[in-house]
Design a protein around this ligand. Sequence first.
Ligand code: GRF
Length: 189
Amino acid sequence: MKRIAIFASGSGSNAEKISAYFSDRTDVEVSLILTNNPQAGVIARARKLHIPVLVFDRKTFYESERILEILKNNNIDLIVLAGFMMLIPTYLVNGFENKMVNIHPALLPKYGGKGMYGSFVHEAVVAAKEKESGITIHFVNEHYDEGNIIFQTSCEVLPTDTADDVANKIHVLEHAHFPQVIDQLISQA
Ligand code: GRF
């Protein structure tokens, strides 16, 4: 059995889609969902799916290696960041080299880096009058949005689209592709 841990800070719709995708499988499971945000919507979604949730604080994440220990104790093979807002500390990058992936709601290297998250990304895309946007799934290193790219796909941005319209299109792409890309990666993990 291959075991996935998902980190999420917000609503968790991607976490839910990924968990549901693997729920009938006997070879892969989402074993643990971790969040830094005690108010995150992902907590209720995880409970509904009967997946254990761990809420941790900033100090634990940055000033100890407790999270790595927990992941190792749970025999986690792959970490998935799905709307996780904190920079990953070195000990965790090193502990899961090429075994940690993130999804970014734009076509990196455009619209990435510090401060480029959530609606800020889509507002910037609309302000620049881009004709397309998309999603990027990439390995995680110590810099925001800079690890090697694994997968990208795009969608059209119409001149009349608002940032919310773009966000909706991006979520559709994420939900359609992220679980499948994870499935391919985990089979090699
Ligand atoms: C997604 O758009 C993801 O690309 C970004 O944060 C959003 C999370 O959405 N990093 P959700 O919490 O999975 O609904």
